[in-house]
Design a protein around this ligand. Structure first.
Ligand code: ZN
Length: 554
């Protein structure tokens, strides 16, 4: 039998080729993977190999979904579901392993379902998958950041050993107020949900200064054992930077925080420019909601390393010049976010623009001025920072766009390498999920059927709309007037806002993106081929018919 480690490597390689869109290499690796899979397919006694079988199958199906050439993956999908059914009675698998397998199969079925929906097909959900939803709310540790385990040099200067502990990836003053359970800005009071959006894996975490009873207030009753566990901090990381570079970041931060917290009226454009580049870059190196392109990551690292001063005093005399790069950003703030769940969430796109939701703020970073066309004031190192105050509905649309982008393009959850996973953070919340993925065979939601709120829906539903639907379902006999009054009182959304939200979400480009130019072209080609085959068959049929007729006439 082939070495399982080798097969794992092949799987990782296939996923990274999908990410890079390297179709030629992928075809070769795909063939390799199929033959590897045949090698291990018969094993029923080794739980690790069984687990590997499923990951292999998943990868084979995803390669085919990605290639989008034909329907052959359907057989593989059915095989995978059958295999999952067999696993249920296999005693070598633990409950945890079984859950992992089910979750993977569920993901695959969901991904295949998107393919079917594009072609207007709906298939009934297999029995074995019907209860999958319950696994999605489970909290469990997410493996991240192996980099911490081996010693290496500072990721900024590249010279000194990276020994700085407890580095805040986004500065404390920026995130603590919306992640802390009591709204305070003091350290270690955060109560958060850490999540890999692509796979829905999640864990709940809290800072050192959160009392056990306050944890329960947020999440309902949390088992004592989990509360006493020491979990890795959700907002800091160790061993990414050297202590000196850590200090250099703090000089810039303390200057910017004076301005941010309104202790000072102004801040120099040099400081705000370095500050935001520093935020995006540190999120990137830690695998936290932002993924910069290699070029941009390199340029920003260079700018930060060369321009950030070594003392607090030198921050006041910073003077930018052309070597500071072409980056620019737009900044927006919404003071009325209503009942939206706040967090630190990025668009995970590995090229500019990079979008970041940070509590009540939205920041978009552009690689150059030419691409900055969102209509808001553009900030760079030359002029004083401007922050646009926006309405709730615009804040909400940005959030939906970011989540939609993640849902469309997120492949990091497929990556077995913990460094490849991107984490997002939300404030801890017991009011259900901020969005939910509907199961296989789900019904498409529209204005007509949303009132009934029965069963399940086919798309990610923004939390606000989900709340609205719940309200509608639990107040079926309210008059129109009373209903809107109730919604506004409970959630703060006006009728106009909700109508706009539902409309924007339904006509969201995200749904149109399911059809790419390539897939439409391939679909046409298939149809064309089908037509010409039909023509040939028809001609054969006619020929046979006339022969038959001729025989009869004889
Ligand atoms: Zn350093």
């Amino acid at each position: 039998m082939k070495d399982p480690k080798q097969i794992e490597k092949t799987i990782d390689l296939a996923y990274s080729l999908i990410e890079q869109k390297d179709n030629i290499q992928l075809e070769i690796v795909f063939q390799q993977l199929c033959s590897d899979f045949n090698d291990i397919i018969d094993n029923r006694s080794d739980s690790n190999i069984i687990d590997l079988q499923f990951r292999c199958m998943a990868c084979i199906i995803r390669c085919q979904l990605y290639a989008d050439v034909n329907d052959e993956f359907v057989d593989d999908e059915m095989q995978m579901i059958r295999a999952a059914t067999n696993c249920m009675v296999n005693p070598v698998l633990t409950e945890l392993q079984l859950n992992q397998i089910y979750r993977l199969v569920n993901d695959i079925v969901r991904e295949c379902n998107k393919y079917y929906e594009r072609r207007g097909i709906r298939l009934p959900m297999p029995d074995v998958l019907k209860n999958f939803g319950k696994f999605q709310t489970k909290y469990e540790p997410i493996k991240i950041n192996k980099r911490e385990q081996t010693s290496h040099s500072c990721l900024l200067c590249g010279k000194l050993p990276a020994t700085a502990k407890g580095s805040h990836l986004a500065p404390n003053f920026l995130i603590q107020s919306f992640l802390s359970y009591d709204g305070s800005t003091k350290r270690d009071r955060e109560v958060v949900v850490e999540t890999v959006l692509g796979s829905l894996a999640k864990d709940r975490k809290w800072g050192r200064n959160v009392k056990p009873e306050d944890i329960d207030k947020v999440f309902g009753v949390v088992p004592d054992k989990e509360k006493s566990n020491i979990k890795a901090s959700a907002v800091t990381r160790d061993d990414l930077l050297c202590p000196q570079c850590e200090k250099r970041f703090s000089f810039i931060e303390s200057k910017y925080s004076d301005y941010y917290n309104k202790r000072k009226n102004t801040v120099s454009p040099e400081v705000s420019y370095l500050f935001w580049l520093g935020v995006f870059w540190r999120l990137h190196i830690a695998g936290w909601c932002i993924r910069l392109s290699d070029d941009d990551a390199y340029s920003i690292r260079k700018i930060l390393d060369e321009c950030m001063p070594n003392t607090q005093k030198d921050v006041d005399t910073l003077k930018a010049n052309r070597t500071w790069g072409k980056f620019c950003y737009t900044l927006r703030h919404c003071s009325d976010t209503k009942s939206e769940l706040l967090g630190l969430v990025g668009n995970h796109a590995n090229r500019s623009p990079y979008k970041l939701l940070c509590g009540e703020y939205e920041i978009t970073l552009y690689a150059d001025h030419e691409s900055a066309k969102d209509g808001y004031p553009i900030n760079d190192y030359k002029s004083d920072e401007q922050c646009a105050e926006i309405k709730f509905i615009d804040f909400w649309k940005f959030k939906v766009d970011v989540l939609g982008e993640v849902e469309d393009k997120e492949f990091s959850s497929l990556n077995k390498n913990p460094l490849g996973k991107l984490l997002d953070l939300c404030k801890g919340d017991n009011g259900g999920e901020n969005f939910k993925l509907a199961p296989y065979g789900a019904q498409e939601l529209n204005n007509n059927n949303m009132a009934s709120h029965v069963g399940s829906y086919a798309y990610v539903i923004p939390g606000s709309i989900n709340k609205f639907m719940n309200y509608k379902a639990s107040h079926p006999f309210d008059s129109q007037e009373k209903f809107w009054e109730g919604v506004q009182k409970t959630y703060g959304y006006t009728k106009e806002e909700l109508q706009e939200m539902v409309g924007y979400w339904e006509e969201h480009p995200h749904f149109l993106q399911l059809k790419s130019e390539g897939s439409i072209k391939r679909h046409k080609q298939r149809k064309e081929r089908g037509r010409s085959i039909m023509k040939i068959n028809k001609a054969r049929h006619l020929k046979a018919k006339s022969k038959k007729q001729a025989r009869k006439n004889k």
